[in-house]
Write a protein that binds this ligand. Structure first.
Ligand code: GLC
Length: 851
C-alpha cells in the first residue's frame, strides 16, 4: 500500500521517466553488485545476503570473540611528539599535539601508518611542540603533559586519560581495541553521571546517552521523523561531561560505523566501524569552552559569512516560473517584511540539469536576478551533485571528457537516478574534479547568483534499497585511491568544499555562501548546512533545538531547520511560533516542500502576519549582536546557539535542558513549542536576568513561570551585558546604518561588538573593529567603559543607549559630559538616551532601583 502511494506521489512529482528509473534501480544495483563484487550483495545468495546485511546494519553484532587485540606491551619509544608503544600484535602511536590534545592510532601488522583525514585542518607539524614526560610506574606507562596524562596499562595494553591535578579519570578504554578482518572496534568508559553530546545531526534530544547511532550519511527518503537514524550528516565526535569536567573524543574514521552510547552496557561507549583506521583524538577541557576551542583548531575555524546571510531567507520547492519569484519579492517589500535572500529550488533548471536554466520558465535569468538585486535581494540557486546522463548536455559531456565521474572498479561509469533521471556523480575526492566542479559555477555567478545551495549529496540515489553508490565504486582519495565505503561520508563535505573554493576563485576577495545538506567534520571551513527535510509539526519545532545545539558542539554552528517545516502544511500558530524561534536560529530560512500550502510570513493574515513581521524585524534589529556571535564562533569555536551547560557546566539542571538555549553570551531564549501554550516555565541559571520586553529583574538558579501569549517569545538578558542593535531595515545594506543602539542590562560583566564591511575579506587584513564593553555597578552607579581595537570605521555616527530594568535616573554622563536628552519607557522600565561614542558612560540610579 505504502509502495503504491509512493509510486503515485513519485509519478506526480517527478514524471514517468524518473519514477521508472527509481523502480528499476534496486535490480540494476543488484546486477552491478553481483558483477563487481560489492561485499554487501553477492552472487546466488543475493537476497539472503542483502537481508542479512541490512539486519546486521540495524542490529550491529559485536566483533566475534576471535577478534584480534594488541595484547601486552613489549616496549615503547619516543619519536618527536609521538610515543610508539609496541604490543604483541600491533603498535599504538600516541601523538601529543597540544597539552590537552592527543591522537591515538592503532597500526596493525603490515599496515602503513596513515594520518590523512578530510576532517583535520592542521597537520602535525603545524602544532607547536609541547613538553611531555614519560614515567614507568606500577600502573603502567604515564605520558604526561601539564594538562593531561595518558596512562598505558601494559598487560594487556589499555589506555586511560587522567587529569594531572587531581589524578581523576577523564575516560579510558574499557576493552582493548580489537579488529576482525577490516572491521575495528573500540570501547570507552562512561561515568555514571556522564552526559554525552555531539555526533552530528541526530533527530533526538540533547543527551545521546542510552542509544546506539549509525554514522552513514543518508537521505531518509522524503522527510524524517523524530528518532530516524541516520540522517544526512553524521560526525563521530562526542563531548563527555562528567564530574563537571568536559572532554571531547573524535573517532576519525569515515566508514559506515556505529556508536553505542551506553545502550548495550550503561557504562560503555563503543565505536565499531566496517573498515578504516582505528584512530581517535582526545581533547580535554576541563572547561567545555576549551574543548570547543581545540576542536575548532583541529578541524578548522568557521568561515565568516557575508552579513546578508544572517538575514531572513525565503525558499520553497519551487518558486517557478520567474514571474512568481518577482511576485514573491514584491510581496516582501509591499508587506514591509524584511528579507535578504530568495532561494531557487530545482525547477529553475532545464529538466533538473545542473548549471542550466529552464528556457520557458526562466527565459532571462540574468534580467531576473538583476531586478531582484535592484530590490535588495540576494539569490541562491540549488545545485545537486548528480549530473544528468544525457549526451546532448554539455556539462555531462565535459565531465566524461575530463574523467570526473565515479566509476566501478573496471572503469565503467556508475550511474543512477536522482531528480533529472539517470545521473553520473562527480568524484569530489579528486582535486582535479573539485577544480572542474568549481569552474562550472562561472555562468551562474555571471548571471548574478550570490550563493549556492548544494543538495542530495549524501549522495542520494533513488531506489528502494540502500540508496547511495555501492561500496565498490572507486574514488581518487587525493590520488591514493579508495572506494565508496570509505568516501561516502565525506562526499557532501568535499562537494561543499569544491563549491566554496570554486566561488572563492571566481569572485576573489568576496566571502562565499554555500549551504549543504550532507557533510562531515570540518564543514565549517567551507560552508554551512541546513537540517534537511523536517515536517511542519510542533514536535519538529521542539526537536530542532537539541539538533542545532549538538551540531554546534560538533563545529557546525551555522545551521538551522526549515523554518515552518518542510513536509506538510504549516498551521498559522505553528508558523508564528517557528518564526519566533527562527529569529534565534543561526540560519533563518523558511522552506517548504512541493505540494504543501504556502508558508510565507503573511499567508495566514492577521494577527499572525503582524507578529511574524515584528519578529523578523527583531532579527534585523539585532544583526550586530548576531554578527558578533558569528565572529566569536569563527575565532574560538563557541557556537552561536548554545545549550545552557556551555556556560553553566557545573549546574546539573542544565545538562539535559533542551527547550531553551543561549544565543551568544547575553540572551537566553525559551521558545514556545506546544500548540495553545501561552505560558511556560523557564529555567534561569545562576546570576541576574532581565526580561527583554519588560525589564523585570530575576535572580537565577530558579525556574520562573513566564506568560507568553502568541505575540510573545520569552527572551532574557544576562545582567552585565551590552547587546548592540541597528535600526530595522528591509534588507541588509538598504541604506547606510546611521545609528548604533546599545541595549544595556545593568550588572557586572563584559561584552563585545565586532564590526567589519560584512562582505569582503578585508577583515583578514585588519579592516575590522572590536569594541569591548566593561560594565560595573557600585551602589546605584552604573559605568560602561569601552576599549577598541582595529582600524575599521563603521558608518553610524549616532549612538543610542537603552538601559533596561530601571525606573529612575539621577544623573547620566558620557565622558564626564552630562546627558540630558533622555526619556523613560514605562512599559519596558527602560531609559533611552542619545549620546556621543564615548569612552565611558555613567548612570547614577535612584538607589532602590538596582539593589
Ligand atoms: C531535497 C531537499 C529539499 C529540496 C528538494 C528539492 O528534498 O532536502 O530541501 O527542496 O530536495 O530540491
Amino acid at each position: 500500500m505504502n509502495n503504491m502511494r509512493r509510486l503515485f506521489s513519485s509519478l506526480r512529482m517527478f514524471g514517468l521517466a524518473t519514477t521508472l528509473q527509481m523502480a528499476v534501480s534496486p535490480l540494476r544495483k543488484a546486477y552491478h553488485s553481483a558483477r563487481f563484487g560489492n561485499p554487501v550483495v553477492h552472487g546466488p545468495t543475493l537476497w539472503l545476503a542483502t537481508w542479512r546485511a541490512l539486519r546486521a546494519r540495524n542490529g550491529w553484532s559485536p566483533l566475534p570473540t576471535d577478534a584480534v587485540q594488541p595484547g601486552a606491551v613489549r616496549s615503547h619509544e619516543v619519536h618527536g611528539q609521538t610515543v610508539i608503544v609496541t604490543c604483541e600484535h600491533a603498535t599504538i602511536h600516541i601523538t601529543i599535539l597540544a597539552e590537552d590534545l592527543l591522537r591515538v592510532q592503532l597500526q596493525r601488522p603490515g599496515e602503513a601508518l596513515d594520518h590523512f583525514s578530510y576532517a583535520i585542518a592542521r597537520t602535525d607539524e603545524q602544532w607547536p611542540p609541547v613538553a611531555f614526560s614519560i614515567r614507568r610506574g606500577e600502573e603502567g606507562i604515564d605520558i604526561a603533559t601539564a594538562r593531561l596524562v595518558c596512562r598505558v596499562a601494559t598487560t594487556p595494553c589499555l589506555l586511560s586519560f587522567h587529569d594531572p591535578h587531581d589524578h581523576r579519570l577523564i575516560t579510558g578504554e574499557r576493552k582493548a581495541t580489537a579488529w576482525h578482518g577490516a572491521a575495528i572496534a573500540c570501547s570507552l568508559q562512561l561515568a555514571d553521571d556522564e552526559h554525552v553530546y555531539g555526533l552530528g545531526e541526530k533527530a533526538f534530544g540533547l543527551d545521546r546517552r542510552g542509544r546506539a547511532y549509525t554514522m552513514w550519511n543518508s537521505d531518509p527518503n522524503g522527510a524524517y521523523a523524530p528518532g530516524t537514524d541516520p540522517l544526512y550528516l553524521n560526525i563521530p565526535f562526542y563531548i563527555g561531561l562528567n564530574n563537571r569536567r568536559a572532554y571531547g573524543l573524535f573517532f576519525d574514521n569515515t566508514y559506515r560505523s556505529r556508536i553505542d552510547v551506553g545502550a548495550q552496557a550503561a557504562d560503555t561507549l563503543t565505536f565499531q566501524a566496517e573498515g578504516g583506521p582505528l584512530r581517535y583524538y582526545l581533547l580535554y577541557g576541563p572547561r567545555l569552552a576549551t574543548v570547543l576551542e581545540r576542536w575548532s583548531e583541529l578541524t578548522g575555524h568557521m568561515r565568516l559569512p557575508p552579513l546578508w546571510a544572517l538575514g531572513y531567507h525565503q525558499s520553497r520547492w519551487s518558486y517557478t516560473p520567474d514571474h512568481r519569484v518577482r511576485e514573491l519579492a514584491a510581496q516582501f517589500r509591499q508587506q514591509r517584511i524584511p528579507c535578504d535572500t530568495i532561494h531557487l529550488d530545482i525547477h529553475y533548471m532545464d529538466g533538473y540539469r545542473c548549471f542550466t536554466w529552464h528556457p520557458r520558465r526562466f527565459p532571462d535569468p540574468a534580467g531576473l536576478i538583476s531586478q531582484l538585486h535592484g530590490w535588495g535581494f540576494k539569490v541562491v540557486p540549488l545545485i545537486d551533485c548528480g549530473i544528468k546522463n544525457d549526451c546532448s548536455y554539455a556539462v555531462c559531456n565535459d565531465g566524461i571528457a575530463h574523467k570526473v565521474f565515479c566509476t566501478y572498479p573496471d572503469g565503467t561509469l556508475f550511474h543512477g537516478p536522482v531528480w533529472p533521471g539517470d545521473c553520473y556523480f562527480p568524484d569530489f575526492t579528486n582535486p582535479a574534479t573539485r577544480d572542474w566542479w568549481g569552474r562550472q559555477y562561472r555562468s551562474l555567478l555571471n548571471m548574478g547568483a550570490d550563493g549556492i545551495w548544494n543538495d542530495m549529496n549524501e549522495p542520494t540515489v533513488f531506489g528502494w534499497g540502500a540508496d547511495t553508490l555501492p561500496d565498490c565504486v572507486r574514488h581518487d582519495w587525493e590520488g591514493n585511491g579508495s572506494n565508496h565505503a570509505q568516501a561516502h561520508n565525506v562526499y557532501g563535505l568535499q562537494m561543499a568544499r569544491a563549491t566554496a573554493d570554486g566561488l572563492a576563485a571566481l569572485r576573489p576577495g568576496r566571502r562565499t555562501f554555500v549551504i549543504t545538506r550532507s557533510a562531515w567534520a570540518g564543514l565549517q571551513r567551507y560552508a554551512m548546512n541546513w537540517m534537511g527535510d523536517n515536517v511542519s509539526t510542533w514536535e519538529h519545532l521542539r526537536l530542532s533545538i537539541p539538533m542545532m545545539a549538538n551540531l554546534g558542539l560538533c563545529g557546525l554552528a551555522f545551521t538551522g531547520p526549515d523554518c515552518g517545516g518542510f513536509a506538510g502544511d504549516c498551521q498559522p500558530e505553528l508558523l508564528t511560533r517557528w518564526i519566533q524561534l527562527g529569529v534565534f536560529t543561526p540560519f533563518f530560512r523558511n522552506h517548504s516542500a512541493l505540494g504543501t500550502a504556502d508558508q510565507e510570513p503573511w499567508v495566514h493574515g492577521e494577527p499572525y502576519q503582524s507578529i511574524n513581521r515584528r519578529y523578523i524585524e527583531l532579527r534585523y534589529h539585532l544583526l550586530p549582536y548576531f554578527y558578533t556571535t558569528f565572529w566569536q564562533c569563527a575565532q574560538s569555536g563557541m557556537p552561536m546557539l548554545r545549550p545552557l551547560f556551555v556556560h553553566w557546566q557545573e549546574d546539573e539542571r542544565t545538562h539535559s535542558l533542551d527547550d531553551e538555549f543561549m544565543f551568544g553570551d547575553a540572551l537566553l531564549i525559551a521558545p514556545i513549542g506546544r500548540p495553545g501554550d501561552n505560558q511556560r516555565p523557564v529555567y534561569l541559571p545562576a546570576g541576574v536576568w532581565y526580561d527583554w520586553w519588560t525589564g523585570q529583574r530575576y535572580t537565577g538558579a530558579h525556574t520562573v513561570e513566564v506568560q507568553a501569549p502568541l505575540d510573545h517569545l520569552p527572551i532574557f538578558a544576562r545582567a552585565g551585558s551590552v547587546v548592540p542593535a541597528w535600526p530595522v531595515m528591509q534588507y541588509t545594506g538598504e541604506r547606510p546604518i546611521d545609528r548604533l543602539t546599545l541595549h544595556v542590562f545593568p550588572g557586572e560583566g563584559q561584552s563585545v561588538l565586532y564590526e567589519d564591511d560584512g562582505e569582503t575579506l578585508a577583515y583578514q587584513d585588519g579592516a575590522f573593529r572590536i569594541t569591548h564593553f566593561n560594565l560595573n555597578i557600585d551602589q546605584g552607579l552604573l559605568t560602561i567603559e569601552r576599549q577598541e581595537e582595529g582600524s575599521f570605521v563603521p558608518m553610524w555616527a549616532d549612538v543610542e543607549l537603552i538601559v533596561h530594568g530601571v525606573d529612575g535616573v539621577e544623573t547620566a554622563s558620557a565622558d564626564g559630559q552630562a546627558l540630558t536628552a533622555w526619556q523613560y519607557e514605562e512599559a519596558m522600565h527602560s531609559l533611552h538616551c542619545r549620546a556621543p561614542w564615548a569612552q565611558k558612560y555613567t548612570f547614577l540610579f535612584t538607589p532602590s532601583v538596582l539593589q
